[in-house]
Design a protein around this ligand. Sequence first.
Ligand code: NAD
Length: 433
Amino acid sequence: MVGAGYVGLVSGACFADFGHEVVCVDKDPAKIESLRAGHIPIFEPGLEETVAANVRAGRLSFSTDLAAAVPQADAVFIAVGTPSRRGDGFADLSHVYAAAREIAASLEGYTVVVTKSTVPVGTGDEVDRIIRETRPGAAFSVVSNPEFLREGAAIEDFKRPDRIVIGAEDQRGAELVAELYRPLYLNAAPVLTMGRRTAELTKYAANAFLALKVTFINEIADLCEQVGANVQEVARGIGLDKRIGGKFLHAGPGYGGSCFPKDTLALTKTAQNAGAPLRLVETVVAVNDQRKVAMARKVIAACGGSVRGRTIGVLGLTFKPNTDDMRDAPSLAIVAALQDAGARIRAFDPEGMENAASVLDGVDYTRDAYECAEGADALVLITEWDSFRALDLERLKAAMAGRIVVDLRNVYRPDEMSRRGFAYVSIGRPDTP
Ligand code: NAD
């Protein structure tokens, strides 16, 4: 497993759990050192236990030495990052190609090289070409096996996937990868075998569709606010229709995270280059970008039009609960915009503060939600961690200097909040019943 990040580490640990022998390789020596010492560098529920059990069983190990791990491997997965390329937003494939070159140099015997990273259509062809060029005559297949796990529920998702997508240009490669997932057939996970390019596109199409669903309900929420309707009831009203489905219909501050923003953008670039622009997805990207700043404006409006010199407490910084991942979190844009408008920011997040501290300057980090509320003129709930769902509202109110609560996840009920004396604003719902 090349790359021991969110995807590589989870996939590696789960494959080891299936009984395979796995070496997770990363070029970051600190990460490997920490893993070897038994520390998991990321927060992901259940991961620590799975890693520890498989290390103990001798099936999972960590290394920085790719050249030593590749020769004995039947399959080498590429699970390195594919961030947005600066400037044009296309996927930066430099890590993937670097890994391909390194893998090629050490291949021995027939090996399947599997791209698990999210990569644009045609990347598998290029990986194939790189390996062929680096090692003419090597016996290998390049297979696409995109990953659909969600951070925060990654182990469960890996072990109970809705489907497994295998994109291959030859049967031998496809069969070997399918064999690795055989333990999951017991869970009746459908295995879809398709062409490599089709598999690569399937991953982007899935993420773009989900991003579109989120953006759709966010715009409906804006309309609800203007016309006095309730977006949660609309979402339920449409979501029970099986053709629509209720998932991903929660209005909020806009999607963020390590995947949707970069993948939607990269897909629009692929489509433009291919002469088949995806105008819907282009609009989704633009609407979502604007939404984060609009959320800061919403907070400012709730504070009476200005936050200059005001103290704002922010509950939740990560892009969603149960992860420490801060990549492209909506909080980044919202906090920055509030600071620009002159607000002082206090914040609390159960797992994300260490990562947040490296990207958000000038924030007072606190120990819990109540300390975060201390002296705050307004509280903004950005990430719906479970621990924020049943806060002691009286204690919160006593700690705050003001009464304003802006709930960007619709965790609380407008009627209850106003009954308790808060000036409560949420998303797409009448603020007072
Ligand atoms: P990450 O940044 O957490 O991990 C990537 C790791 O790869 C890093 O530890 C880095 O040091 C290592 N790396 C980079 N180049 C390397 C090389 N040449 N050799 C060895 N190690 C190298 O990234 P991630 O979140 O795990 O994402 C990986 C890929 O999976 C991306 O393409 C992403 O789009 C995709 N993906 C992510 C998720 C998710 O929820 N995070 C879900 C599905 C798919």
